[in-house]
Design a protein around this ligand. Structure first.
Ligand code: RB5
Length: 149
């Protein structure tokens, strides 16, 4: 399970409404939400928002992160360039649960142009309710860390 109950949220312009819906949803579940924006709808660049959220997780300030862009792909790629980040992009709850249980993902990416809000909230719940299983999966996550090192 997460080390603390602080979770960082960020997105690009394509996902502001969905990000704010997720923030409200998870705050109601007891998470301390650190929403680093953006809040205005001007076109922006997903790499800087993915990196900023990833740094919050990599530094230990937040236990987990949820990031969004149109597809979830670009912002996920940016976040995964930060050392210590394992971010999966998910469009259904099964993958969101498994990326925590097997891959020890510490960030979740969602495409706001891919899934509707209700499904996004189910994906978020599946991610947050899951825990890393360790064991043989720990061996494999350690192998990912070795590649990174
Ligand atoms: C922005 O138009 C779009 O490219 C971005 O939100 C995302 O889908 C990139 O991966």
């Amino acid at each position: 399970m997460a080390d603390n109950k602080r979770i960082v949220l960020s997105s690009d312009h394509a996902a502001i409404d969905m990000r704010q819906a997720i923030a409200k949803h998870i705050a109601a579940k007891g998470w301390e939400v650190v929403d680093i924006g953006p809040t205005t709808p001007e076109s922006t660049h997903y790499p800087k928002h993915g990196e900023a959220a990833a740094q919050k997780v990599a530094s230990g300030d937040c236990a987990l992160g949820i990031i969004l862009c149109g597809t979830g792909q670009g912002i996920m790629m940016a976040a995964n360039k930060v050392k210590g980040i394992r971010c999966g992009v998910c469009s259904e709850p099964f993958s969101a649960r498994m990326t925590r249980e097997h891959n020890d993902a510490n960030m979740l990416s969602i495409g706001a142009r891919v899934v509707g809000e209700s499904l996004a909230l189910e994906i978020v719940d599946a991610f947050l309710d899951a825990a890393f299983e360790g064991g043989r999966h720990g061996t494999r996550v350690d192998m990912i860390k070795e590649i990174e090192a």
